[in-house]
Design a protein around this ligand. Structure first.
Ligand code: NAP
Length: 248
């Protein structure tokens, strides 16, 4: 039986690498995006080109009705879900908290925290056998920022990601009896567009050089950890938060 997965924010970066690896390993993949339809379409054709099955699905994870519609569309296109990767996230330009306005704080928490909670809730509803699901695995993409606090850069983002860690622990306990595992990865500095979107394109290379490995990580290195947590290979692992941060 082919397993099906929905990856939020899969048009680029870590989500895209996860979608490609899942496709290679035989999962049917829902590739969610919010704005970059062309990037999502490209990810889908890459999966299909490698012999896999995928569909691009638009939806803003910070809007409740869009999250419900996204999961409905994924199940219509692919069938019942077996896995969900709650990955979509954003940063904003580096600032001390003293200089952050309320709108920035709201947006950061809406996408990274509320968005993660909405997607995890919907994943729980679809996977839990008590709601008609067939069990499965949820992986949330947090950040090493939750541990470091990200002073003078984005303490807002770090706090939103800390809530993702706590959600992972609580939801794993709610869903354990249902046979649904819930885990998180905490990436360190990974080379993706997120740094340019936050106004600092060289951030991963510059700061990556100061880490124990002396380099930033690649999206596919995070994808490997996510796929392990999704797969039955990690069948006794739940509530775990795995740092993928080059020893940082
Ligand atoms: P990225 O390259 O900037 O890609 C972000 C992805 O999220 C894109 O597919 C984007 O879609 C999607 N997205 C953004 N806002 C969304 C929304 N409201 N609804 C649905 N999708 C949305 O980012 P990334 O670096 O791969 O980050 C992926 C995750 O890893 C995030 O949660 C991030 O916080 C976390 N992380 C990243 C790093 C790092 O150094 N890169 C480190 C730690 C944690 P569009 O293409 O349509 O815009």
């Amino acid at each position: 039986m082919t397993k099906t997965i929905l990856v939020t924010g899969a048009s680029r970066g870590i989500g895209r690498a996860t979608a490609l690896l899942a496709g290679e390993r035989g999962w049917s993949v829902g590739v969610n995006y919010v704005a970059q339809a062309a990037a999502a379409a490209e990810a889908v054709s890459q999966i299909e080109g490698a012999g896999g099955r995928a569909v691009a699905l638009q939806g803003d994870v910070s809007v409740d009705s869009e999250v419900v519609a996204l999961f409905d569309a994924a199940e219509r296109a692919l069938g019942p879900l077996d896995g969900v990767v709650v990955n979509a996230g954003i940063t904003a330009p580096s600032l001390p908290l003293m200089d952050m306005d309320a709108e920035r704080l709201r947006r950061t928490f809406m996408v990274n925290a509320i968005g993660a909670y909405l997607c995890a809730r919907e994943a729980a509803r679809r996977l839990a056998p008590s709601r008609g699901g067939r069990g499965g695995s949820i992986v949330l993409v947090s950040s090493i920022a939750a541990r470091l606090g990200s002073p003078f850069e984005f303490v807002d983002y770090a706090g939103a990601k800390a809530s993702v860690d706590t959600l992972t622990i609580g939801l794993s306990k709610e869903l354990g009896p249902e046979g649904v595992r819930v885990n998180a990865v905490r990436p360190g500095l990974i080379e993706t567009d997120i740094h340019a979107s936050g106004g600092d394109p060289d951030r991963a290379m510059r700061l990556g050089a100061t880490t124990p490995f002396g380099r930033p990580g690649r999206p596919d290195e995070v994808a490997q950890a996510i796929l392990w947590l999704l797969d039955d290979a990690s069948s006794y692992t739940s509530g775990a938060i795995l740092d993928v941060a080059g020893g940082r």
